[in-house]
Design a protein around this ligand. Sequence first.
Ligand code: MN
Length: 420
Amino acid sequence: MLRVLHTSDWHLGHALHDLPRDREHAAFLDWLCDTIAAEAIDAVLISGDVFDAGNPPARALAAWYGFVAAARRHRPHLTVVAIAGNHDSPARLTAPAPLLAAAGVHVIGTVGRDAGGAIDAGPLVVPLRDASGAIGALVAAVPYLRPGDLDADGDRGDAVRAVFREVLVAARQQRQPGQALLAMGHLHLAGGLPSKSERGIVIAGEEVIGGAAFADDVAYVALGHLHRAQRVGAEHVRYAGSPIPLAMAEADYHHQVVVVDLAGAQLSGIRTLPIPRTVPLVRVPRRGASALPQVLAALAELAPLDEGVDPELRPFLEVRVRLDAPAPRLRTDVEAAMAGKHPRLVKISVEAGGARTAGAPRPAEVLAQLEPREVVARLWQREHGGELPPAIAAAFAALHRGLTEDAEPDGRPGPRGAAS
Ligand SMILES: [Mn+2]
């Protein structure tokens, strides 16, 4: 019997609209260590995005090393396998690999190839051992695949599938009877539901591969990248999901880890364990949006600041205002209403109200044929009536210029614009 815990998308070092998440991550990692001990876990699979950024802050590195040391104190034979996600720097994640390997931690950043282009699959096949030291399973651990990891010729989807296929072939060659075969990947699998907080990983138009990339002899597929916990097409193909909400829109997510039991080569059980939420996410109003007077009245009802609570554990709050006309004092009014309140304001969302300019619906136009400035001018006309004010036009032009100058070579906005 081998018991494996699957988790992913920790995003250590994350900030929610500039507010740090360190206390939430610390609470999760404490809970995870307790769970590893209580559930008698033999191996932990972390399916990418250990860190939120390629150059994580020192406190995020401290959380990571502190976790691996604490987890091994609870379970001295524990194996930890972490693959790089699209947020991780493969080089930085794997820089301490020799030290970590001595502590049972395998960090996998890139796919090596020989001069002929063949994959060096050896480092991507990781054995998982039970408490007696016997190998109970082999994991084909494939990191997020960057262009340099892939065969340059042909379709990206084909190239991604080829890497999984070749690493699984190598794992099968090593596998002894009674050992299970597992796979890990950080990618968007067809049929998976994305959230707003993942950074799109399209490189050449091929974002998604199908679950058929994993053959029937793979007992469990531990995926990362999608932040909503979910199975994809089959019970044993799963995204563990992120352990904390990475955007206000994820307030209703059920954060969890997956516990996978293996009996010999076969999957014998899958359970999910809910992760306690340390910091509540509050929305005013709870659903939809309200006019500003109602929002301000609801904010007045919020609990007053409790000085006894650690400031980083106070709830995050989003207000959603429906506006019928521009409200230049919106932020000032909301911030005044929040003064002395317990929750921390992280976001003001505005929804345009019902007082639309009268007139027959316009024939559908192809958005791509309009200049961005024209789209803004028409939106202003529709929502507020009249010409686009010069100050708004200038602000939009500056913003648009900033976005297009930041764009990555494939024309998509850079990480700053796209992250959560
Ligand atoms: Mn992620």
